[in-house]
Structures are given as C-alpha cells and as structure tokens.
Design a binder for this molecule. Structure first.
Ligand code: SAM
Length: 246
C-alpha cells in the first residue's frame, strides 16, 4: 500500500513552509487539495509540479473513496488545505478515518495552525486550552454553546469570520462577563494584529472601525479559580462539631 501524508501549509506568509513539507509535496504521486486554484500560488512558489486533485467539504465522501482505492494500489498522496493544518476546521476527516480503518500508513507533516500560532502570542494562559473551532451561527445555539463553556478553567479558542466576530464578542460578554481576551487577526500576514484586554475593550476597538477585514481567532481566558476558603457558615459548623467532640 501507499502512504497518506497530512501536510500543513502556511496561514498566509509563504515562508512558513517546512523543508520537509516541500520535499514531500514534490515526491508524492498526487496532492489532494481543498482548492486546487488557491494552492497553485504556494505550489508555484516552491516549484512543485505534482498533479493536484480537489478534495473539499462538498465532494469529500466521493473523493475519499477514490483516494483510498489509489492508496490501496500503492499511490502516495499528500492532503493539503487552503491554510494551516488539514482537518483542523478543514476537510479530511473522512479520508483519514477511512485510511486508518484500512491500515493505510498516515504520516502527519507538522506546520502552521492558527489556534496555536495565535495562542503563543495572546498573553493568556497556555498551560491548558480548549479549541472550540467555529461557534454556531444561530444566536440561540451560540448562547447555549457559550453557556456550556462558561465554567472551563482553560483558555477558550474560537475561529470566527470577521463578519461575525463583533457578535461573538458581545455574546461572550453576556455569557462570561468581561473576561481578559485577545483577538488575533491576519496572523503571519502584512497587517497582523493582536488586540489584548478585557472583552469590552476588544468590542469597542472593533466597533470603532468602519470594516473588519481578515481572518480572526478569538482567545478568552477561562473562568478564574474560586479562592479556596470556607464560608462563615461552614466555619461555624466545624467549630460546633469540634466542641461536640471534646
Ligand atoms: N486549518 C486551519 C488551521 O490549521 O488553523 C484553519 C482553517 S479554518 C477553515 C479558517 C479559520 O482559521 C479562519 O476563519 C480563522 O479563524 C483561522 N485562521 C486561518 N488563517 C488565519 C490567519 N492568518 N490569521 C488569523 N486567523 C486565521
């Protein structure tokens, strides 16, 4: 059998490509790309002439079957997405799970990911974090989704389109209160920006702009640990229990 490589590509800055990723994309028989036209720029930049085939959200069920057959016959295939690591809020899950079931070797080739890249510069705790991907679009579902995460102690990470990011931040204020947060925009690109501060500051900063452009990742600090302490009532109960024991 062949091998399926899961190859991370840049988030915007073409220099963020590993030597290994370039070599593998040159060596494989076929590159399965989310959008072959979009990937042309990257492949051209590195002189990669390997044939490409489209494998996106809308044809993945059919394409996965075709790609698995090729892999079973011995082909080597690299999966790439438009940006960052495939399968992370991107297509490829069906292909990788089916390849795993068939015992086809799956080799990840690591590189960029917007969540981790932004987290490292967010200024928020990084020891534990929860990646929540794209939140639901409908307001009711969004509120439920946020309320369900309100008690996480870990830093929360959301992907969001610039068109919906103001609504996400104001809904987060309703669900969590005015927590510390960071918005990372246009990571690795010319107009890269981090807005750090309480959610209310992120909101007023964005609301003062005519338009919000570029891709965004929102980081929100987890719920603060409650101070360990006993209420006056608990203390009194303990004292009374202690007296009774003597
Ligand atoms: N697979 C990608 C990864 O590994 O990060 C994520 C793909 S997902 C379809 C696209 C979302 O990722 C955007 O809506 C945004 O939230 C985030 N993203 C991707 N590139 C970004 C960038 N350059 N700056 C900020 N966020 C980015």
């Amino acid at each position: 059998v062949g091998t399926l490589y899961i190859v991370a590509t840049p988030l915007g800055n073409l220099e963020d490509m590993t030597f290994r990723a370039v070599r593998i994309l040159k060596e494989v028989d076929l590159i399965a790309a989310e959008d072959t036209r979009h990937s042309k720029k990257l492949l051209g930049h590195y002189g990669i002439t390997t044939p490409t085939i489209a494998c996106h959200e809308h044809n993945e069920a059919v394409k996965a079957h075709d790609l698995i057959q090729r892999l079973e016959k011995g082909a080597t295939i690299a999966l790439i997405s438009d940006a960052g690591t495939p399968l992370i809020s991107d297509p490829g899950y069906r292909l990788v799970s089916q390849a795993g079931e068939k015992g086809i070797p799956i080799v990840p080739v690591p590189g960029c990911n917007a969540a981790i890249t932004g987290l490292s510069a967010s200024g928020l705790p990084t020891d534990t974090f929860v990646f929540l991907g794209f939140p639901p679009r409908k307001q009711g579902r969004l509120n439920t989704f946020l309320n369900d995460t309100a008690h996480h102690k870990a830093t929360l990470i959301f992907y969001e389109s610039p068109r919906r990011v103001i609504r996400l931040i104001s809904s987060a204020i309703d669900a969590f209160g005015d927590r510390q947060a960071c918005l990372a925009r246009e990571l690795t690109k010319q107009y890269e920006e981090f807005i750090r501060g309480p959610l209310s500051v992120l909101l007023s900063t964005l609301e003062s702009r005519e338009t919000i452009k570029g891709e965004c990742v929102l980081f929100i600090k987890g719920e603060d640990e409650q101070p360990i302490g006993l209420s006056a009532e608990q203390m009194q109960t303990m004292i009374i229990e202690g007296l009774n024991q003597n």
